[in-house]
Design a protein around this ligand. Structure first.
Ligand code: FES
Ligand code: FES
Length: 151
């Protein structure tokens, strides 16, 4: 197997990792770096379960070749304040939990860019995060709570 070593910043920490050029960021995070909070749902960019931040923007890590993060900044759900999850637990917005890390990552990004809510609804901003369990009402309620809380 051909390997190359890349360096990037992961959750604020300078990180170096040996990868195969074909590796997906999702797999590097989960299997090489043991950050299993990021989940795989569809594996093809449809569900948002694998959402991480790349240079501060939410991306589907199943679609990002790991070599493309060389020299860049990646943040995963492990970097979030655990209190960010509390509103979701209280509102029953997580059932099987497969979507939850991605939902919370997007929700916290919306919280940090709340000016977008002047032109978009929460449901529109969360459209890239699918949930097969909850029917979305609890997720939307939780995000409204997150938007009003200091987390
Ligand atoms: S697993 Fe990446 S978008 Fe579904
Ligand atoms: S809680 Fe199961 S997919 Fe969302």
């Amino acid at each position: 197997m051909t390997t190359l070593t890349i360096a990037f910043t992961l959750n604020g920490v300078p990180t170096s990792v040996a990868i195969d050029p074909a590796d997906r960021l999702l797999d590097t995070l989960r299997y090489t770096l043991a950050l299993t909070g990021t989940k795989e749902g569809c594996g093809e960019g449809e569900c948002g379960a694998c959402t991480v931040y790349l240079d501060g923007l939410p991306v589907n890590s199943c679609l990002v070749p790991t070599y493309q993060v060389r020299g860049r900044r990646v943040e995963t759900v492990e970097a979030l304040d655990p209190r960010a999850l509390a509103p979701f637990e209280r509102a029953g917005a997580t059932q099987c939990g497969a979507c939850t890390p991605g939902v919370v990552m997007t929700a916290m990004w919306v919280r940090a860019h709340r000016e977008l809510l002047t032109t978009h609804t929460i449901r529109e901003l969360m459209a890239g995060n699918l949930c097969r369990c909850t029917g979305y009402d609890g997720i939307v309620d939780s995000i409204q709570t997150v938007l009003g809380e200091r987390v």
